[in-house]
Design a protein around this ligand. Structure first.
Ligand code: BES
Ligand code: MN
Ligand code: MN
Length: 473
Protein backbone atom coordinates (compact mmCIF):
# COMPACT_ATOMS: atom_id res chain seq x y z
CA UNK A 1 0.00 0.00 0.00
CA UNK A 2 2.10 2.81 -1.29
CA UNK A 3 1.56 6.47 -1.87
CA UNK A 4 2.02 5.72 -5.56
CA UNK A 5 -1.26 3.80 -5.57
CA UNK A 6 -2.94 6.77 -3.90
CA UNK A 7 -1.62 9.22 -6.46
CA UNK A 8 -2.56 6.87 -9.32
CA UNK A 9 -6.10 6.78 -8.01
CA UNK A 10 -6.21 10.58 -7.76
CA UNK A 11 -5.05 10.83 -11.37
CA UNK A 12 -7.62 8.29 -12.57
CA UNK A 13 -10.51 9.96 -10.79
CA UNK A 14 -9.73 13.55 -11.61
CA UNK A 15 -13.03 14.10 -13.45
CA UNK A 16 -15.01 13.01 -10.38
CA UNK A 17 -12.93 15.26 -8.14
CA UNK A 18 -13.61 18.25 -10.37
CA UNK A 19 -17.33 17.42 -10.41
CA UNK A 20 -17.39 17.26 -6.60
CA UNK A 21 -15.68 20.66 -6.42
CA UNK A 22 -18.26 22.02 -8.86
CA UNK A 23 -21.04 20.78 -6.55
CA UNK A 24 -19.48 22.51 -3.54
CA UNK A 25 -18.85 25.75 -5.43
CA UNK A 26 -22.52 25.79 -6.44
CA UNK A 27 -23.48 26.46 -2.82
CA UNK A 28 -23.25 30.23 -2.18
CA UNK A 29 -21.63 30.19 1.27
CA UNK A 30 -21.21 33.95 1.68
CA UNK A 31 -20.52 34.33 5.39
CA UNK A 32 -20.80 38.09 5.78
CA UNK A 33 -24.42 38.35 4.59
CA UNK A 34 -27.02 36.83 6.99
CA UNK A 35 -29.31 36.08 4.04
CA UNK A 36 -26.97 33.30 2.97
CA UNK A 37 -26.87 31.59 6.40
CA UNK A 38 -28.81 28.46 5.24
CA UNK A 39 -26.43 28.10 2.27
CA UNK A 40 -23.40 28.53 4.50
CA UNK A 41 -24.68 25.67 6.67
CA UNK A 42 -25.38 23.56 3.59
CA UNK A 43 -21.78 24.06 2.44
CA UNK A 44 -20.57 22.93 5.88
CA UNK A 45 -22.76 19.83 5.74
CA UNK A 46 -21.49 19.04 2.25
CA UNK A 47 -17.91 19.20 3.53
CA UNK A 48 -18.62 17.02 6.58
CA UNK A 49 -20.28 14.43 4.32
CA UNK A 50 -17.16 14.29 2.13
CA UNK A 51 -15.00 13.64 5.17
CA UNK A 52 -17.34 10.90 6.33
CA UNK A 53 -17.04 9.26 2.90
CA UNK A 54 -13.30 9.25 3.52
CA UNK A 55 -13.88 7.40 6.79
CA UNK A 56 -13.43 10.47 8.97
CA UNK A 57 -16.12 11.03 11.56
CA UNK A 58 -16.88 14.69 10.93
CA UNK A 59 -19.65 16.78 12.45
CA UNK A 60 -20.73 20.40 12.68
CA UNK A 61 -19.86 22.26 15.87
CA UNK A 62 -21.75 25.43 16.70
CA UNK A 63 -19.89 28.69 17.28
CA UNK A 64 -22.70 31.17 17.79
CA UNK A 65 -22.18 32.19 14.16
CA UNK A 66 -21.61 29.83 11.25
CA UNK A 67 -20.69 26.25 12.21
CA UNK A 68 -17.23 24.74 12.10
CA UNK A 69 -16.69 21.39 10.38
CA UNK A 70 -14.91 19.41 13.06
CA UNK A 71 -13.37 15.95 13.23
CA UNK A 72 -11.01 14.03 15.47
CA UNK A 73 -9.42 11.18 13.56
CA UNK A 74 -7.23 8.51 15.13
CA UNK A 75 -5.33 7.45 12.02
CA UNK A 76 -3.72 4.05 11.51
CA UNK A 77 -3.08 2.00 14.68
CA UNK A 78 0.66 2.01 14.06
CA UNK A 79 0.83 5.73 13.20
CA UNK A 80 3.77 7.40 14.95
CA UNK A 81 4.02 10.69 13.09
CA UNK A 82 2.88 14.15 14.15
CA UNK A 83 -0.70 14.85 15.17
CA UNK A 84 -1.89 17.22 12.46
CA UNK A 85 -4.47 19.97 12.73
CA UNK A 86 -5.94 20.70 9.30
CA UNK A 87 -7.52 24.15 9.00
CA UNK A 88 -9.39 25.62 6.05
CA UNK A 89 -12.47 27.69 5.35
CA UNK A 90 -15.60 26.86 3.39
CA UNK A 91 -17.07 30.37 3.40
CA UNK A 92 -16.51 32.76 0.51
CA UNK A 93 -16.44 36.48 -0.19
CA UNK A 94 -19.56 38.17 -1.61
CA UNK A 95 -19.55 37.89 -5.41
CA UNK A 96 -20.19 41.61 -6.06
CA UNK A 97 -20.00 43.36 -8.45
CA UNK A 98 -22.09 40.76 -10.26
CA UNK A 99 -22.10 42.50 -13.64
CA UNK A 100 -18.36 41.95 -14.01
CA UNK A 101 -18.64 38.15 -13.97
CA UNK A 102 -18.51 36.41 -17.36
CA UNK A 103 -20.61 33.57 -15.91
CA UNK A 104 -22.70 33.47 -12.73
CA UNK A 105 -20.43 33.19 -9.64
CA UNK A 106 -22.22 30.14 -8.22
CA UNK A 107 -22.59 28.27 -11.52
CA UNK A 108 -19.03 26.99 -11.92
CA UNK A 109 -17.65 26.59 -15.44
CA UNK A 110 -14.50 24.89 -16.72
CA UNK A 111 -12.63 27.06 -19.21
CA UNK A 112 -9.85 25.85 -21.52
CA UNK A 113 -6.30 27.22 -21.33
CA UNK A 114 -5.67 30.61 -22.94
CA UNK A 115 -2.20 29.49 -24.02
CA UNK A 116 0.65 27.53 -22.50
CA UNK A 117 3.08 30.25 -21.40
CA UNK A 118 3.89 31.00 -17.77
CA UNK A 119 1.89 34.21 -17.99
CA UNK A 120 -1.40 32.94 -19.38
CA UNK A 121 -4.15 31.16 -17.46
CA UNK A 122 -4.35 27.40 -17.98
CA UNK A 123 -7.44 25.18 -17.90
CA UNK A 124 -9.45 26.40 -14.94
CA UNK A 125 -12.59 26.29 -12.90
CA UNK A 126 -14.26 29.68 -12.51
CA UNK A 127 -16.54 30.42 -9.54
CA UNK A 128 -16.56 32.38 -6.29
CA UNK A 129 -14.48 30.38 -3.79
CA UNK A 130 -12.65 28.39 -6.49
CA UNK A 131 -9.19 29.13 -5.06
CA UNK A 132 -10.23 30.82 -1.79
CA UNK A 133 -10.67 28.39 -0.26
CA UNK A 134 -12.96 25.56 -1.43
CA UNK A 135 -10.70 24.36 -4.23
CA UNK A 136 -7.72 24.20 -1.90
CA UNK A 137 -9.68 22.42 0.85
CA UNK A 138 -11.05 20.06 -1.82
CA UNK A 139 -7.46 19.09 -2.68
CA UNK A 140 -7.11 17.87 0.91
CA UNK A 141 -10.54 16.15 0.87
CA UNK A 142 -9.63 14.30 -2.32
CA UNK A 143 -6.34 13.11 -0.83
CA UNK A 144 -8.28 11.78 2.18
CA UNK A 145 -10.74 10.01 -0.11
CA UNK A 146 -7.95 8.39 -2.12
CA UNK A 147 -6.06 7.22 0.97
CA UNK A 148 -9.27 5.70 2.32
CA UNK A 149 -9.85 3.80 -0.93
CA UNK A 150 -6.30 2.51 -1.15
CA UNK A 151 -5.44 1.90 2.50
CA UNK A 152 -8.86 1.50 4.10
CA UNK A 153 -8.55 4.79 5.95
CA UNK A 154 -6.58 8.00 6.27
CA UNK A 155 -3.44 6.91 8.13
CA UNK A 156 -2.58 10.26 9.74
CA UNK A 157 -3.81 11.21 13.22
CA UNK A 158 -5.55 14.53 12.82
CA UNK A 159 -7.97 17.09 14.06
CA UNK A 160 -9.92 18.90 11.37
CA UNK A 161 -11.29 22.42 11.77
CA UNK A 162 -12.85 23.98 8.69
CA UNK A 163 -14.25 27.40 9.41
CA UNK A 164 -17.26 29.25 7.98
CA UNK A 165 -16.36 32.78 9.07
CA UNK A 166 -12.83 33.41 7.80
CA UNK A 167 -14.01 35.89 5.19
CA UNK A 168 -16.00 37.81 7.75
CA UNK A 169 -13.26 38.24 10.33
CA UNK A 170 -13.33 34.89 12.22
CA UNK A 171 -15.29 36.61 14.98
CA UNK A 172 -16.17 33.41 16.87
CA UNK A 173 -12.93 31.54 16.28
CA UNK A 174 -10.95 32.69 19.30
CA UNK A 175 -13.67 31.53 21.68
CA UNK A 176 -13.99 28.23 19.81
CA UNK A 177 -10.24 27.64 19.98
CA UNK A 178 -10.22 28.39 23.72
CA UNK A 179 -13.14 26.01 24.30
CA UNK A 180 -11.43 23.23 22.33
CA UNK A 181 -7.93 23.93 23.57
CA UNK A 182 -7.56 20.50 25.22
CA UNK A 183 -8.04 18.75 21.90
CA UNK A 184 -6.19 21.34 19.87
CA UNK A 185 -3.23 21.14 22.23
CA UNK A 186 -2.65 17.57 21.11
CA UNK A 187 -1.69 18.80 17.64
CA UNK A 188 1.99 19.07 16.75
CA UNK A 189 1.52 21.10 13.60
CA UNK A 190 -1.27 22.88 11.75
CA UNK A 191 -1.58 22.48 7.98
CA UNK A 192 -3.37 25.11 5.86
CA UNK A 193 -3.89 25.38 2.11
CA UNK A 194 -5.13 28.94 1.67
CA UNK A 195 -2.16 30.74 0.10
CA UNK A 196 -0.39 30.82 -3.26
CA UNK A 197 2.64 29.59 -5.13
CA UNK A 198 5.53 31.67 -6.43
CA UNK A 199 4.17 31.28 -9.97
CA UNK A 200 3.00 28.67 -12.49
CA UNK A 201 5.06 25.53 -11.97
CA UNK A 202 6.75 27.14 -8.95
CA UNK A 203 5.16 25.57 -5.85
CA UNK A 204 6.05 27.08 -2.51
CA UNK A 205 5.70 26.96 1.23
CA UNK A 206 4.62 30.20 2.85
CA UNK A 207 6.33 30.95 6.16
CA UNK A 208 4.62 34.19 7.07
CA UNK A 209 1.28 35.96 6.74
CA UNK A 210 0.67 39.56 7.70
CA UNK A 211 -1.67 40.65 10.46
CA UNK A 212 -4.59 43.00 9.98
CA UNK A 213 -6.29 45.81 11.89
CA UNK A 214 -9.43 47.12 10.21
CA UNK A 215 -11.19 50.29 11.32
CA UNK A 216 -13.82 52.71 10.13
CA UNK A 217 -13.87 56.40 11.02
CA UNK A 218 -16.63 58.94 10.60
CA UNK A 219 -15.93 62.65 10.83
CA UNK A 220 -18.95 64.68 11.89
CA UNK A 221 -19.35 68.40 11.28
CA UNK A 222 -22.73 70.19 11.28
CA UNK A 223 -25.91 68.40 12.34
CA UNK A 224 -27.40 68.70 8.83
CA UNK A 225 -26.51 68.82 5.15
CA UNK A 226 -26.06 72.40 3.94
CA UNK A 227 -26.21 74.48 0.75
CA UNK A 228 -22.59 74.82 -0.40
CA UNK A 229 -23.23 78.34 -1.72
CA UNK A 230 -24.55 79.58 1.58
CA UNK A 231 -22.19 77.62 3.80
CA UNK A 232 -19.10 76.73 1.72
CA UNK A 233 -16.16 78.65 3.22
CA UNK A 234 -18.15 79.45 6.36
CA UNK A 235 -18.00 76.13 8.24
CA UNK A 236 -16.07 72.83 8.02
CA UNK A 237 -16.75 70.55 5.06
CA UNK A 238 -16.10 67.12 6.63
CA UNK A 239 -15.00 65.61 3.31
CA UNK A 240 -12.38 68.32 2.77
CA UNK A 241 -11.24 67.95 6.36
CA UNK A 242 -11.21 64.15 6.40
CA UNK A 243 -9.17 63.89 3.21
CA UNK A 244 -6.73 66.50 4.51
CA UNK A 245 -6.20 64.50 7.70
CA UNK A 246 -5.92 61.12 5.97
CA UNK A 247 -3.42 62.50 3.46
CA UNK A 248 -1.05 63.07 6.38
CA UNK A 249 -0.94 59.35 7.18
CA UNK A 250 2.12 58.94 4.92
CA UNK A 251 5.28 60.99 4.64
CA UNK A 252 7.32 61.67 1.49
CA UNK A 253 8.94 58.23 1.76
CA UNK A 254 5.51 56.63 1.97
CA UNK A 255 6.16 55.67 5.58
CA UNK A 256 3.22 55.69 7.97
CA UNK A 257 3.43 58.76 10.21
CA UNK A 258 1.53 57.46 13.26
CA UNK A 259 3.95 57.75 16.21
CA UNK A 260 5.22 54.33 17.33
CA UNK A 261 3.85 52.55 14.25
CA UNK A 262 7.20 50.94 13.43
CA UNK A 263 8.36 50.48 17.05
CA UNK A 264 7.94 46.71 17.27
CA UNK A 265 8.53 45.87 13.63
CA UNK A 266 10.95 43.03 13.21
CA UNK A 267 13.26 43.98 10.36
CA UNK A 268 14.17 41.72 7.47
CA UNK A 269 17.27 39.64 8.02
CA UNK A 270 20.11 40.16 5.53
CA UNK A 271 19.67 36.50 4.65
CA UNK A 272 16.05 37.08 3.68
CA UNK A 273 17.00 40.01 1.47
CA UNK A 274 19.40 37.80 -0.46
CA UNK A 275 17.08 34.80 -0.64
CA UNK A 276 14.13 36.84 -1.84
CA UNK A 277 16.27 38.50 -4.48
CA UNK A 278 17.29 35.07 -5.73
CA UNK A 279 13.62 34.05 -6.20
CA UNK A 280 13.70 36.04 -9.44
CA UNK A 281 10.35 37.73 -8.86
CA UNK A 282 9.49 40.02 -11.78
CA UNK A 283 7.64 43.06 -10.42
CA UNK A 284 7.46 44.70 -13.81
CA UNK A 285 5.69 41.69 -15.32
CA UNK A 286 3.35 41.52 -12.33
CA UNK A 287 2.46 45.19 -12.73
CA UNK A 288 1.88 44.67 -16.43
CA UNK A 289 -0.68 41.95 -15.71
CA UNK A 290 -2.77 44.50 -13.77
CA UNK A 291 -2.49 47.21 -16.41
CA UNK A 292 0.45 49.20 -14.98
CA UNK A 293 3.99 49.98 -16.06
CA UNK A 294 7.22 50.22 -14.07
CA UNK A 295 6.47 53.80 -13.00
CA UNK A 296 3.86 52.24 -10.70
CA UNK A 297 6.43 50.38 -8.59
CA UNK A 298 5.76 52.59 -5.59
CA UNK A 299 5.68 51.95 -1.86
CA UNK A 300 7.77 52.51 1.25
CA UNK A 301 11.17 53.86 0.23
CA UNK A 302 14.16 51.56 0.60
CA UNK A 303 12.38 48.25 0.03
CA UNK A 304 11.72 46.09 -3.01
CA UNK A 305 8.16 45.13 -3.99
CA UNK A 306 8.45 41.66 -2.44
CA UNK A 307 9.95 43.12 0.73
CA UNK A 308 7.11 45.60 0.95
CA UNK A 309 4.49 42.89 0.50
CA UNK A 310 6.03 40.29 2.77
CA UNK A 311 7.87 42.13 5.49
CA UNK A 312 6.67 45.70 5.82
CA UNK A 313 3.51 47.04 7.45
CA UNK A 314 1.18 49.21 5.41
CA UNK A 315 -1.84 51.45 5.80
CA UNK A 316 -4.60 51.56 3.19
CA UNK A 317 -7.84 53.41 2.78
CA UNK A 318 -10.21 50.73 1.51
CA UNK A 319 -13.22 52.94 1.09
CA UNK A 320 -14.18 56.55 1.47
CA UNK A 321 -17.72 57.85 1.34
CA UNK A 322 -20.03 60.70 2.20
CA UNK A 323 -21.71 63.63 0.52
CA UNK A 324 -23.54 63.35 -2.75
CA UNK A 325 -22.84 60.13 -4.60
CA UNK A 326 -25.86 59.98 -6.90
CA UNK A 327 -25.99 60.91 -10.57
CA UNK A 328 -25.31 64.47 -11.71
CA UNK A 329 -24.31 67.36 -9.47
CA UNK A 330 -25.61 68.49 -6.10
CA UNK A 331 -24.14 71.51 -4.34
CA UNK A 332 -23.95 70.23 -0.79
CA UNK A 333 -21.79 70.48 2.30
CA UNK A 334 -22.51 67.14 3.98
CA UNK A 335 -22.91 66.63 7.69
CA UNK A 336 -20.32 63.87 7.83
CA UNK A 337 -17.69 61.92 5.86
CA UNK A 338 -16.30 58.45 6.49
CA UNK A 339 -13.45 56.14 5.56
CA UNK A 340 -12.55 52.50 6.00
CA UNK A 341 -8.88 52.33 6.95
CA UNK A 342 -6.92 49.15 7.45
CA UNK A 343 -3.38 48.25 8.41
CA UNK A 344 -1.41 45.17 7.34
CA UNK A 345 0.93 44.24 10.15
CA UNK A 346 4.14 42.29 10.49
CA UNK A 347 5.91 40.71 13.44
CA UNK A 348 5.75 41.92 16.22
CA UNK A 349 2.99 44.48 15.80
CA UNK A 350 -0.09 44.11 17.97
CA UNK A 351 -3.36 44.92 16.15
CA UNK A 352 -5.01 46.42 19.27
CA UNK A 353 -2.11 48.79 19.96
CA UNK A 354 -2.07 49.88 16.33
CA UNK A 355 -5.78 50.73 16.41
CA UNK A 356 -5.27 52.65 19.67
CA UNK A 357 -2.35 54.58 18.22
CA UNK A 358 -4.36 55.40 15.08
CA UNK A 359 -7.27 56.75 17.15
CA UNK A 360 -4.95 58.83 19.31
CA UNK A 361 -3.34 60.22 16.14
CA UNK A 362 -6.78 61.11 14.72
CA UNK A 363 -7.72 62.81 18.00
CA UNK A 364 -4.54 64.88 17.75
CA UNK A 365 -5.52 65.86 14.22
CA UNK A 366 -9.20 66.63 14.86
CA UNK A 367 -10.23 69.40 12.46
CA UNK A 368 -11.62 72.51 14.22
CA UNK A 369 -15.29 72.17 15.03
CA UNK A 370 -15.49 68.48 14.07
CA UNK A 371 -15.67 65.23 16.03
CA UNK A 372 -14.74 61.59 15.31
CA UNK A 373 -16.76 58.43 15.57
CA UNK A 374 -14.76 55.17 15.54
CA UNK A 375 -15.70 51.60 14.64
CA UNK A 376 -13.56 48.51 14.87
CA UNK A 377 -13.83 45.71 12.31
CA UNK A 378 -11.36 43.30 13.90
CA UNK A 379 -8.42 41.68 12.23
CA UNK A 380 -5.72 39.38 13.47
CA UNK A 381 -2.12 38.97 14.50
CA UNK A 382 0.67 38.44 11.99
CA UNK A 383 1.76 34.81 11.78
CA UNK A 384 5.30 33.67 11.20
CA UNK A 385 6.59 30.13 11.28
CA UNK A 386 9.98 28.58 11.65
CA UNK A 387 11.62 27.48 8.41
CA UNK A 388 13.62 24.83 10.19
CA UNK A 389 11.15 22.22 11.45
CA UNK A 390 11.15 18.61 10.29
CA UNK A 391 7.50 19.03 9.30
CA UNK A 392 8.52 21.81 6.94
CA UNK A 393 11.20 19.59 5.46
CA UNK A 394 8.58 16.86 4.99
CA UNK A 395 6.26 19.32 3.26
CA UNK A 396 9.06 20.48 0.99
CA UNK A 397 9.68 16.89 -0.10
CA UNK A 398 5.96 16.27 -0.61
CA UNK A 399 5.54 19.36 -2.78
CA UNK A 400 8.67 18.68 -4.82
CA UNK A 401 7.50 15.15 -5.61
CA UNK A 402 3.90 16.18 -6.28
CA UNK A 403 4.82 19.02 -8.62
CA UNK A 404 7.88 17.41 -10.20
CA UNK A 405 10.24 20.20 -9.18
CA UNK A 406 13.60 19.96 -7.48
CA UNK A 407 12.73 22.17 -4.56
CA UNK A 408 9.71 24.05 -3.27
CA UNK A 409 10.39 27.77 -2.80
CA UNK A 410 10.10 29.44 0.60
CA UNK A 411 7.96 32.55 0.39
CA UNK A 412 5.80 34.84 2.50
CA UNK A 413 2.53 36.54 1.61
CA UNK A 414 1.05 39.93 2.26
CA UNK A 415 -2.41 38.44 2.89
CA UNK A 416 -3.75 37.52 6.31
CA UNK A 417 -5.02 34.29 7.83
CA UNK A 418 -5.94 35.18 11.41
CA UNK A 419 -5.90 31.61 12.70
CA UNK A 420 -2.13 31.33 12.15
CA UNK A 421 -1.29 34.02 14.71
CA UNK A 422 -4.07 32.84 17.00
CA UNK A 423 -2.79 29.24 17.17
CA UNK A 424 0.74 30.47 17.80
CA UNK A 425 -0.30 32.89 20.53
CA UNK A 426 -2.87 30.68 22.29
CA UNK A 427 -1.38 27.21 21.83
CA UNK A 428 2.20 27.83 20.69
CA UNK A 429 1.31 25.82 17.60
CA UNK A 430 3.24 26.29 14.35
CA UNK A 431 1.57 26.19 10.93
CA UNK A 432 2.59 24.80 7.56
CA UNK A 433 1.13 26.95 4.81
CA UNK A 434 1.09 24.88 1.64
CA UNK A 435 -1.03 26.73 -0.88
CA UNK A 436 -1.69 26.31 -4.58
CA UNK A 437 -3.08 29.65 -5.77
CA UNK A 438 -1.63 31.94 -8.43
CA UNK A 439 -1.20 35.70 -8.44
CA UNK A 440 -3.77 36.13 -11.21
CA UNK A 441 -6.50 33.95 -9.65
CA UNK A 442 -8.65 37.04 -8.97
CA UNK A 443 -9.05 36.24 -5.28
CA UNK A 444 -12.06 38.18 -3.88
CA UNK A 445 -12.72 39.56 -7.40
CA UNK A 446 -15.12 38.75 -10.22
CA UNK A 447 -14.15 35.67 -12.29
CA UNK A 448 -12.19 34.04 -9.47
CA UNK A 449 -10.54 30.86 -10.75
CA UNK A 450 -8.54 27.82 -9.70
CA UNK A 451 -6.40 26.19 -12.37
CA UNK A 452 -6.79 22.45 -12.73
CA UNK A 453 -3.02 22.02 -12.71
CA UNK A 454 -2.94 23.74 -9.30
CA UNK A 455 -5.74 21.44 -8.11
CA UNK A 456 -3.73 18.40 -9.27
CA UNK A 457 -0.57 19.59 -7.54
CA UNK A 458 -2.67 20.23 -4.43
CA UNK A 459 -4.29 16.79 -4.33
CA UNK A 460 -0.96 15.06 -4.93
CA UNK A 461 0.84 17.21 -2.36
CA UNK A 462 -1.68 16.33 0.34
CA UNK A 463 -1.43 12.65 -0.57
CA UNK A 464 2.38 12.77 -0.33
CA UNK A 465 2.33 14.89 2.80
CA UNK A 466 0.27 12.21 4.57
CA UNK A 467 2.83 9.65 3.46
CA UNK A 468 5.68 11.84 4.72
CA UNK A 469 3.96 12.27 8.10
CA UNK A 470 3.53 8.49 8.33
CA UNK A 471 7.26 8.03 7.89
CA UNK A 472 8.10 10.49 10.65
CA UNK A 473 8.31 8.84 14.00
N1 BES B 1 -6.85 33.21 1.69
C1 BES B 1 -6.91 34.58 2.03
C2 BES B 1 -5.55 35.15 2.42
C3 BES B 1 -4.57 35.23 1.29
C4 BES B 1 -4.87 35.99 0.18
C5 BES B 1 -3.38 34.56 1.33
C6 BES B 1 -3.99 36.06 -0.89
C7 BES B 1 -2.50 34.62 0.28
C8 BES B 1 -2.80 35.37 -0.84
C9 BES B 1 -7.91 34.78 3.14
O1 BES B 1 -9.11 34.09 2.88
C10 BES B 1 -8.27 36.24 3.24
O2 BES B 1 -8.86 36.75 2.32
N2 BES B 1 -7.94 36.89 4.35
C11 BES B 1 -8.33 38.26 4.59
C12 BES B 1 -8.32 38.55 6.05
C13 BES B 1 -9.64 38.38 6.77
C14 BES B 1 -9.47 38.84 8.20
C15 BES B 1 -10.80 39.05 6.10
C16 BES B 1 -7.34 39.21 3.97
O3 BES B 1 -6.15 38.90 3.84
O4 BES B 1 -7.78 40.33 3.62
MN1 MN C 1 -8.75 32.18 2.24
MN1 MN D 1 -10.21 35.34 1.36
Amino acid sequence: MSVKAVVDLINQHEKDAVQRLVDWLSIPSVSTDPEYAPDVRRAAEWCAAQLREAGINAELRETGGHPIVWAEHEGAPDYKGPHVLFYGHYDVQPPDPLELWNSPPFEPVILPADGDGPDTPGERIVARGAVDDKGQVAAFLEACRAWKEVAGGVPVRMTIMIEGEEESGSVNLERFVEKHSDTLNKADICVISDTGMLGRGKPAITYGVRGLAYTEVILHAGDQDLHSGQWGGRCPNPINELTKVLAQLWDGDRRVTIPGFYDNVLGLTPGEREEWKSLGFDQEAALKRIGLDSAADVGEAGFSALEREWARPTCDINGIYGGYMGKGAKTVIPAWAAAKVSFRLVANQDPDSIVKAFRAWLDDHTPPGCRWEFHDHGGGWPGNVSTESKELEAARRAIATAAGVEKAALIKTGGSIPVVGLLKKELDLDTLLVGFGLDDDRVHSPNEKFELECFRIGMRTHAHLMDEFMRMG
